[in-house]
Design a protein. Structure first.
Ligand SMILES: N[C@@H](CCC(=O)N[C@@H](CS)C(=O)NCC(=O)O)C(=O)O
Length: 217
């Protein structure tokens, strides 16, 4: 049975999974889930994913939600020779990668998601100072990580770079990355040259941008 990835192109975490799938040239079926029309709230989808989120991975009769969990699973199970770099088995390297993934959830994806939700509710028309400060502190921390290693968790690309690239490409449309974060800027420029980034993040990011810009004043 082919792998199925349930996704929405505009969704940053869905793009993280699509980028890894592209990088690994994973044979899979991509299934669009339209959150606007409630595809994620149907009884069939809720049975597969009670969290009603995208992305969701289906691998035979196994389902896993959350882009970070999906990507560590995909890299470990289907990464082939690339597994050793993308999600190594060395416990300390792996713990560093996991730590960056959790940092993404709380500090980048979490904070930018809160801004988008507030924009959607009409509570704000642009990020507040507090929201801007939170993202800027996260950028500063990422810049510090990148003063130690070439990529966010090691001197080579890992799944943490992929998740953070998806989240940052979206967050930076809300709060741009100041060039004073020179390591972060250089890392992001390198990632943006990658074929898998262009193919699997580019079109969805444009859709996200159009959506966000329609709400920003
Ligand atoms: N931490 C999750 C976040 C997933 C998430 O919240 N996805 C949003 C789209 S960006 C969603 O599906 N929202 C619909 C809902 O929560 O009902 C991940 O990394 O996959």
């Amino acid at each position: 049975m082919p792998l199925k990835i349930y996704k929405l192109d505009a969704s940053p975490p869905a793009r993280a999974v699509m980028m890894l799938a592209e990088l690994l040239k994973l044979k899979h079926e991509a299934v669009d889930v339209n959150l606007m029309t409630g595809d994620h709230l149907t009884p069939e989808y809720l049975k597969k994913n009670p969290q009603h989120t995208v992305p969701l991975l289906e691998d035979g009769d196994f389902y896993v939600a959350d882009s970070h969990a999906i990507n560590t699973y995909l890299a470990s199970k289907y990464g082939g020779a690339q597994s050793a770099q993308l999600y190594p088995t060395d416990l300390q390297v792996r713990a560093t990668i996991d730590s960056r993934l959790y940092f993404d959830i709380s500090a980048i994806a979490g904070n930018s998601g809160a801004i988008v939700s507030a924009l959607l509710r009409g509570d704000i028309t642009s990020p507040t100072k507090e929201q801007t400060d939170k993202l800027n502190s996260a950028y500063e921390i990422l810049d510090k990580f990148l003063q130690k290693t070439k990529y966010v968790a090691a001197d080579h690309l890992t799944v943490a770079d992929i998740s953070l690239a998806a989240s940052l490409s979206s967050a930076s449309l809300l709060v741009p990355i100041d060039e004073k974060y020179s390591k972060l800027t250089a890392w992001f420029n390198t990632i943006q040259q990658e074929d898998w980034y262009k193919k699997a993040n580019g079109p969805g990011l444009e859709a996200y941008k159009a959506f966000v810009q329609s709400k920003l004043k």
